[in-house]
Design a protein around this ligand. Structure first.
Ligand SMILES: O=c1ccn([C@@H]2O[C@H](COP(=O)(O)OP(=O)(O)O[C@H]3O[C@H](CO)[C@@H](O)[C@H](O)[C@H]3O)[C@@H](O)[C@H]2O)c(=O)[nH]1
Ligand SMILES: [Mn+2]
Length: 719
């Protein structure tokens, strides 16, 4: 063994076993690493004075090295009380890791850790000491996972501290943190995830879940102390606990075959020693020990027999001791003293645990009766019945102890539907002929829907109007293809057969006016460009008008203080008498048709004979029927965008000039306005020029002031 350390040697994962009670943990840890396919060897440091031979034998079945180390006890354990963990009085023993200089690098892992994957990459860290943050105080590191280079320097330094009891928590974590305070390499929390039943940062867990390497069950409650059904929720904590149990089950769960061995071996009492699954481990795992039995006996006798068997099995030279200590430490059935009284499960002579289990079964009345209860329960659930007919076990949903994303199903697993409740119906074997009953029960009453005798009368009157404009609503004049049949069925409504926008359909003549006509506007059907109303039906509702007036009155009085606001009438426009308001009192204060005739918004579609998908024979003879055209919408053929744009431009210019003071000026002598760029060549695909005169942009002839306003024209002049 090299004294300097850190030189040659191999890499090992190492753990520590101070007591038998942590054996299930140490075994599950080793299996989890091996199952994950680690290429490194495994070592377990053990304190021979407190770990039984049986436990060491178990360790040897999975660990390459089982290394005895001297137990280092804290002579001043007062600080341990601060965290209620007096069971950790010998945690200083961990310091022995630095003495193992036969190894190049050690990845130390607490016995209460389960590996999701083998973190072999940790061995390539060059830093002499690495650890992950502790959730209790993240500036500290947790000593449950450490990557260290053994060397005698660190060993002696820490031994000196241990002898003086220098540790703020009384255990190894306080000591090692003090020693490596300023010189440790922080590794990811994913290497030492410490779940909590009370607090879990669930979003982070969900986010980083897939990167978890190892899970460490810190605190006094370990999975194997609580039993597999300690919790049935599916919290992150339960998921992680489930992963521990998945490894346990893979290697230590009793199969039903083992629970019902052949009768010959049963009577000999030797069966217990033949072990695919070691009972010793089950003893130490709460709720897992199930004694073998193939026939129903009075439970008491059975327990007695089991106890005797176990007694023989675990007999050792020190067995005489077991009656002396009425130790009530943790037994495998969970009939333990509270875990906070943790020193109860500590520091007994070698192999004390097995005796402890036995003594609790044999010496303690209470324990015994509970054990009997459990025995009976175990029979109900798991042990093959001796009588042919026995109640099926109650349905238990499968526990989520296995992560299907990462691992194959546990070796012992059964098909998913194995637990589903099954009801089997059998055919009647009766040969007696069927005799109909005298009377069948009458159907239940009042369970059907009574169809109303009369159909609900159609509402004779339309619903009362809610909004003012509903009172003088106009009938829509556009007709769509789907409605064609309806229209033609209407007496006197014949679809127009010509595509002419100016033609008034029969429907229009028979019905109300189709365009909302306000009293002030003269509709001239001959000029479709002026027939669009720019007012709203509700503009004339007196209530609304009054309301708007009142608002504007308000605004007016306020804005007088700031003249020049856009939209305010000039002093000459009759502010004082209020006449200007007539034009501006509407919510939608668009220029009227007279002021600014609108462009048609949607030209009516041109009817194409092929569109309707049929030849002349399909609809009404040789000519396809046309939909009645909407009133006031100009025909497509009349649509000349160029002319309309110019018309609009001219009108606007006129208006502008008018506002600028040029009253009474005849618009006809205004030059046509420049069209928007790119639209000069615009020609409607359907428009047939009716007047040969096409207006072209001409230089403006107005005054200097007007030309500066008509900037597009001025620009044009400049070019
Ligand atoms: O009765 C015992 C107690 C401890 N151990 C071993 O010592 C380790 C530490 O004890 P543990 O119960 O795991 O402590 P934690 O609850 O994890 O508490 C924290 O505090 C301990 C004391 O500082 C540190 O050793 C741990 O790494 C740290 O996570 C265990 O994993 C075992 O390897 C035993 O074998 N038997
Ligand atoms: Mn631990």
């Amino acid at each position: 063994m090299a004294a300097g350390g850190g030189g040659g040697g191999e890499d090992v994962y190492a753990t520590l076993l101070l007591t038998d009670t942590y054996l299930p943990g140490a075994l599950v840890l080793a299996h989890s690493l091996r199952d994950a396919g680690t290429t490194k060897k495994l070592a377990a440091l053990v304190t021979l004075d407190t770990v039984s031979a049986e436990a060491i034998a178990q360790l040897k079945s999975v660990y390459h090295y089982v290394i005895p180390v001297p137990r280092i006890q804290n002579a001043r354990p007062a600080n341990l009380l601060l965290m209620n963990r007096t069971d950790l009085h010998s945690a200083f023993t961990k310091i022995n890791l630095w003495k193992q200089t036969q190894f190049r690098k050690i990845v130390y892992i607490d016995a209460d850790v389960v590996a999701y994957r083998a973190p072999d990459e940790l061995f390539s860290i060059t830093h002499p000491f690495s650890a992950a943050p502790d959730i209790g105080w993240p500036d500290l590191f947790n000593t449950g996972v450490m990557v260290l280079t053994p060397n005698m320097g660190d060993y002696y330094a820490m031994m000196a501290m241990a002898e003086r009891g220098i540790s703020f928590d009384g255990a190894d974590q306080g000591l090692i943190n003090t020693h490596f305070r300023n010189n440790y390499n922080r590794i990811s929390f994913a290497y030492n995830v410490t779940p909590s039943a009370h607090y879990q940062y669930i979003p982070a867990y969900r986010h980083f879940q897939s990167s978890i390497n190892m899970v460490h069950f810190i605190g006094s409650e370990k999975p194997w102390f609580k039993g597999r059904h300690a919790s049935t929720e599916s919290s992150p904590f339960d998921e992680m606990t489930g992963r521990w149990w998945a490894v346990y089950d893979r290697h230590y769960r009793a199969t039903s075959a083992e629970l019902t061995p052949p009768a010959s071996t049963q009577s000999s009492g030797v069966a217990a020693t033949a072990r695919p699954v070691p009972e010793f481990v089950q003893y130490l795992t709460k709720g897992e020990y199930q004694p073998k039995s193939s026939h129903v006996e009075p439970p008491t006798a059975q327990v007695q027999e089991q106890r005797d068997q176990t007694s023989r099995q675990h007999d050792s030279p020190s067995s005489g001791m077991h009656s002396q200590h009425d130790h009530q430490g943790h037994d495998a059935h969970g009939h333990e003293a509270p875990l906070s009284e943790a020193n109860n499960r500590q520091l007994e002579p070698s192999s004390f645990v097995s005796h402890d289990v036995i003594s609790s079964l044999s010496n303690n009345e209470d324990s015994q009766s509970k054990a009997v209860e459990e025995q009976v329960h175990a029979q109900e659930l798991h042990i093959a019945p001796s009588e042919p007919k026995q109640q099926l076990p109650p349905f238990q949903p499968p526990t989520s102890s296995w992560d299907a994303q990462r691992h194959p199903p546990p070796v012992e697993s059964k098909p998913e539907a194995i637990n589903f409740p099954v009801t089997i119906y059998e055919m009647s074997k009766s040969t007696a002929p069927f005799v109909a009953p005298q009377r069948y029960p009458s159907p239940p009453k009042g369970m059907w829907y009574e169809v109303p005798k009369e159909a609900p009368a159609a509402p004779s009157e339309p619903p009362k109007p809610i909004f003012p404009w509903e009172a003088h609503r106009s009938t829509p004049s556009r007709v769509f293809i789907d409605e064609e049949s309806k229209v033609s069925r209407h007496p006197g409504t014949t679809p127009s057969t010509e595509s002419s926008m100016t033609e008034t359909s029969t429907a229009e003549q028979n019905n109300e006016p189709l365009t909302p006509i306000t009293p002030t506007i003269q509709v001239t059907m001959s000029d479709p460009w002026t027939t669009y109303s720019r007012t709203n039906a509700w503009d004339e509702v007196p209530e609304i008008e009054r309301y708007v007036d009142s608002i504007q009155q308000n605004q007016k009085s306020r804005s007088r203080k700031s003249p020049g606001m856009i939209g305010l009438p000039s002093p000459g426009e009759g502010v004082e008498d209020g006449t200007w308001r007539r034009r501006g009192s509407k919510l939608t204060d668009f220029p009227s048709e007279v002021e600014r005739p609108s462009l048609p918004v949607t030209p009516a579609p041109i009817h194409r004979s092929t569109f309707w998908g049929g030849g002349p024979s399909t609809v009404k003879g040789a000519i396809d029927p046309l939909l009645p055209s909407a009133e006031g919408v100009p025909g497509q053929g009349d649509w000349d965008p160029v002319a309309q744009l110019q018309k609009l431009a001219k009108q606007q210019s006129e208006e502008l000039l008018k506002r600028l003071g040029g009253t009474g000026r005849d618009s006809s002598d205004l030059p046509p306005r420049l069209l928007p760029f790119g639209s000069e060549e615009l020609v409607s695909p359907t428009y047939v020029t009716r007047s040969a005169q096409i207006l072209s942009p001409q230089p403006v002839t107005g005054s200097a002031s007007s030309s500066s306003v008509l900037s597009p024209v001025a620009d044009f002049k400049a070019t």
